[in-house]
Design a protein around this ligand. Structure first.
Ligand code: 5GP
Ligand code: ZN
Length: 130
């Protein structure tokens, strides 16, 4: 698939979006504290942590949200969740419990349009979230 057809094709996303902060982190142009450096997925510490452990897990390629990532259908969402759990194990919060959050859309508080799973733990958490 080429040119216009490729751009119009449903489910196609640019692999890297120039103005995207997390594409910048994935590409190494924006500094971040990496905790996992995989072929298709990376994880790094949130710059403004809301819990003792607060790590963001992202695909290297750009998808705007978790639904778009699920639609890719190539196992990448499974891989991302598997890596999120590995981060929780490495951070020592897998047994005590952790929260895996995909904020999706404005009212949910999504501020970065490159899908990311928050791995939060290391303290008791309340429900429902604010
Ligand atoms: P969202 O609000 O979209 O669910 O989550 C975006 C997260 O990205 C926020 O928790 C925010 O603190 C984090 N964040 C924003 N800018 C940066 C940055 O430049 N570096 C890192 N490591 N995290 C960031
Ligand atoms: Zn991006």
């Amino acid at each position: 698939m080429r040119g216009r057809d490729r751009i119009r094709s449903p489910g196609y996303y640019d692999r890297s979006v120039p103005e995207c902060l997390f594409c910048g982190i994935a590409g190494g142009e924006v500094p971040a504290t990496l905790v996992l450096d995989g072929k298709r997925v990376i994880a790094f510490r949130d710059v403004n942590p809301e819990a003792p452990t607060h790590v963001l897990v992202i695909p290297r390629d750009h998808y705007p949200n978790v639904a778009a990532l699920a639609s890719a259908g190539d196992g990448l969402l499974d891989e991302l969740v598997t890596h999120a759990h590995e981060v929780a194990v490495a951070e020592g919060i897998a047994d005590s419990g952790y929260r895996l959050v995909f904020n999706t859309g404005q009212e949910a508080g999504q501020t970065v349009g490159h899908v990311h799973a928050h791995v939060l733990g290391g303290r008791p958490m309340t429900w429902p979230p604010g």
